[in-house]
Design a protein around this ligand. Structure first.
Ligand SMILES: Nc1ncnc2c1ncn2[C@@H]1O[C@H](COP(=O)(O)OP(=O)(O)OP(=O)(O)O)[C@@H](O)[C@H]1O
Length: 700
């Protein structure tokens, strides 16, 4: 590998100065080394963060907010909640919360901490992610949860009064929910001086966080903890990771990742490999290429596994299971494996330098070329912070190597230090409704860690107004607005569910809502695309994908929820089980909200009308005389196509609404249903003036 790769020269950076009235605390810690710890306790004590145990507990005792910056693998996530528990912060019925941006990390870290504490997961240590609560009201003292779930908890308990300490982990990721949460926690702190916050971040971004939480402008009474945040820098990482860069830029990261994996397998000692690519498409392609190459060159011993968020639980479990002797596991993942995960056997990391990122530009200027109006996911270069996190997945249990598929010069000179906060590149419809539901009326004046653009906020307000969720004074409408906020789904899906009552099809629409909450009902078509397409045809409905999902669900029920049936029909059994579970939970929520549950039997027009009532903002019209299936969105004339995975691909009905957009070479609509344009004006008269819907006469 040495001809292709150049070792990196970067040294770790550490904060250790005093600046701007914020305390920077630093102490030295040596890296851990050696193998074969005799017990879990010793293993815990070898982590760099252990040297800071007293300092952390002192700061939490004396400061309202403590910001902890630590290298990846130093032990922040798994140890700090345990230190807090040991120090008594979970006594007297109180709880310690630790949030993560990603569901997979929540589950993995909670399992690890339960194991370290020697308790059963779901009792003293538990976790909650959307649609999955593994906690016990009486027993759970340390709870891991996504930041989105903690936001939801605020609806029932606005001051989060059951928590004594809330640790917001991986704050440097600046996910949309993390930023909303930080803004709200700052408000809660003013009402609950006894609440302690720990913000844990892997980067220097800590200074921005400290400035945000600095309360010097509004100092309260001088009792209780000091209000100025402290920054604690935890030095030291698990084991050393040697970084290699390519010598010259590479044209195709997918092929380069595949050949790097095969070279590692050829030339490097045993140890598992973790590869970071961008999404299910390139991950499935890489899995196939590596498997084929390994077969054709008779390379033995490779187990190649994909990892992305929609993967069924059983497949995720394979990632965590020990690698059989004499074998080498290759995990090919999106950025969900980037933070907080420890995959035990990983020694080698291959970083493509790319990830799929949300992108949204709500600009109102007609001449602006990049207006998208509709949020989509695009493949974009990652930041240095992400690159370091990826490198950190090696070296957690033993020394490792990281192969970066970009040059060192690019890393040093061009790669941005931090990503742009998600808040500034997302559609804010969900964010605005959550804040409104929490009684925050002045959204534009809200104290954000990073202000979103006023245009994005205005667009969100406009959509919510058209959905009938906000009234003329931008307050939640009653009951519709409150009901939409209460349903833990994207507001457009929630609105579709509410509208289904009017059309008498709530049972069907709840099934559709459940399917839209999972990644896909189909089994990934690795190497069997033709068979998968044929299976899809058996369920295909002329109306579109949503009705097709109803057919699949019906077939699944009629088979007695049989895994055999799923296997034969290329339907993902675990996904269908999840749909059934989510459906049950949504029915319960619907009943609580007084929604009448009713089936429309075979009246699919009713179902399509309900979908339109939620998704009218995503309406598109086929371009007159289009031979290649070109559609334009009604609102912003954006060019889009039906995704090849849709049952309407090549059918191209004149008018459609879609659920989401994915960008590859083009912008593709996923989950598409045909509609009648008159339903748009019925559903959202304010949003669609009639003339918008009339095709340009010169084109017809
Ligand atoms: N499931 C596991 N199996 C074995 N060791 C683990 C496991 N989870 C964590 N560890 C050990 O604990 C160390 C610290 O993990 P932890 O997640 O607390 O680090 P961290 O500082 O939060 O890092 P990051 O920010 O990268 O997640 C790991 O490097 C590893 O040595």
């Amino acid at each position: 590998m040495s001809r292709f790769w150049k070792p990196g020269t970067e040294k770790p950076r550490i904060i250790d100065d005093e600046e701007g009235g914020v305390l920077f605390y630093s102490a030295s810690a040596s890296s851990s080394s050696g193998y074969g710890f005799s017990s879990m306790e010793k293993q815990r004590q070898r982590l760099p963060v252990f040297k800071y145990r007293t300092a952390i507990l002192y700061l939490v005792e004396t400061r309202a907010t403590t910001i902890i910056v630590g290298e990846t693998g130093s032990g922040k996530t798994t140890q700090i909640p345990q230190y807090l528990k040991e120090a008594g912060w979970a006594e007297g019925g109180r709880m310690i919360a630790c949030t993560q941006p990603r569901r997979l990390a929540v589950q993995a870290v909670a399992s690890r901490v339960a194991e370290e504490m020697g308790v059963k997961l779901g009792e003293e240590v538990g976790y909650t992610i959307r649609f999955e609560d593994v906690t016990n009201n009486d027993l759970t003292r340390v709870k891991f949860l996504t930041d989105g779930v903690l936001l939801r908890e605020m609806m029932d308990d606005p001051l989060l009064s059951k928590y004594s300490v809330i640790m917001v982990d991986e704050a440097h990721e600046r996910s949309l929910s993390t930023d909303i949460l930080l803004g709200l926690l700052k408000k809660i702190q003013r009402r609950r001086p006894e609440l302690r916050l720990i913000i844990s971040s892997a980067t220097i971004e800590a200074k921005t966080m400290a400035a945000f939480f600095s309360t010097r402008r509004h100092r309260g009474p001088d009792n209780g903890p000091k209000k100025e945040p402290a920054i604690l820098s935890v030095e030291g990482r698990g084991f050393s990771v040697q970084i290699f860069y390519v010598e010259a830029p590479i044209p195709d990261y997918l092929r380069a990742a595949v050949s790097t994996v095969l070279s590692i397998h050829d030339q490097e000692p045993m140890g598992d490999i973790l590869v970071f690519l961008t999404g299910q498409d390139d991950i499935d392609a890489a899995v196939q290429l590596i498997t084929e190459e390994a077969q054709s060159s008779r390379k033995q011993g490779l187990i190649v596994l994909p990892l992305y968020s929609g993967l069924p639980r059983a497949d995720q479990d394979l990632i965590f299971s020990p690698t059989p002797r004499g074998k080498r596991k290759v995990v090919i993942s999106t950025n969900i494996a980037e933070t907080s995960l420890t995959l035990e056997g990983i020694v080698y990391v291959v970083d493509s330098g790319f990830s799929k990122q949300r992108f949204y530009n709500p600009g109102f200027d007609e001449h602006q070329s990049e207006i998208t109006d509709i949020e989509n996911l695009i493949v974009a270069p990652v930041s240095k912070a992400s690159a370091r996190q990826r490198t950190g997945r090696a070296g957690r249990i033993r020394p490792g190597k990281c192969y970066r598929l970009y040059t060192e010069e690019y890393f040093v000179k061009e790669m941005p230090a931090e990503g742009i906060p998600e808040m500034q590149r997302s559609n804010l419809v969900s964010c605005v409704i959550q804040l409104k539901a929490l009684g925050i009326d002045n959204i534009l004046g809200f104290d954000w860690p990073a202000s979103p653009s006023p245009e994005a906020l205005i667009r969100a307000l406009e959509v919510l107004y058209s959905l009938g969720v906000l009234d003329d004074d931008a307050k939640l409408t009653s009951p519709a607005g409150f009901q939409v906020a209460e349903i833990p789904l994207d507001p457009m899906i929630s609105k579709m569910v509410l509208a289904s009552v009017e059309f008498g099809c709530s049972e069907e629409v709840i099934t559709i809502a459940a399917v839209l909450s999972i990644q896909s009902v189909w089994f990934p078509g690795r190497g069997v695309q033709k068979e998968l397409d044929e299976a899809k045809l058996r369920f295909a409905a002329a109306e579109g994908d949503h009705v097709t999902f109803l057919n699949v669900y019906k077939g699944f029920l009629e088979s007695g929820k049989s895994s055999n049936w799923c296997h034969k029909n290329f339907v993902n059994y675990h996904a269908m089980k999840k749909v059934t579970e989510i459906r049950l939970q949504l029915r319960r929520i619907a009943q609580r909200l007084g929604i009448v549950l009713k089936s429309c039997e075979s009246d699919m027009q009713a179902v399509r009308k309900a979908i339109t009532a939620g998704f009218f903002a995503n309406a598109c019209r086929l371009e007159p005389f289009s031979h290649n299936g070109l559609y334009k969105t009604i609102r912003s004339s954006q060019e889009v196509y039906i995704h090849p995975s849709s049952v309407l691909f090549r059918v191209n009905p004149k008018w459609v609404v879609f659920h989401s957009i994915v960008s590859t070479d083009r912008q593709y609509m996923r989950n598409v249903i045909s509609i009648d344009p008159s339903w748009l004006t019925e559903a959202a008269p304010h949003f669609y003036q009639r003339q918008l819907l009339n095709p340009n006469p010169s084109q017809v």
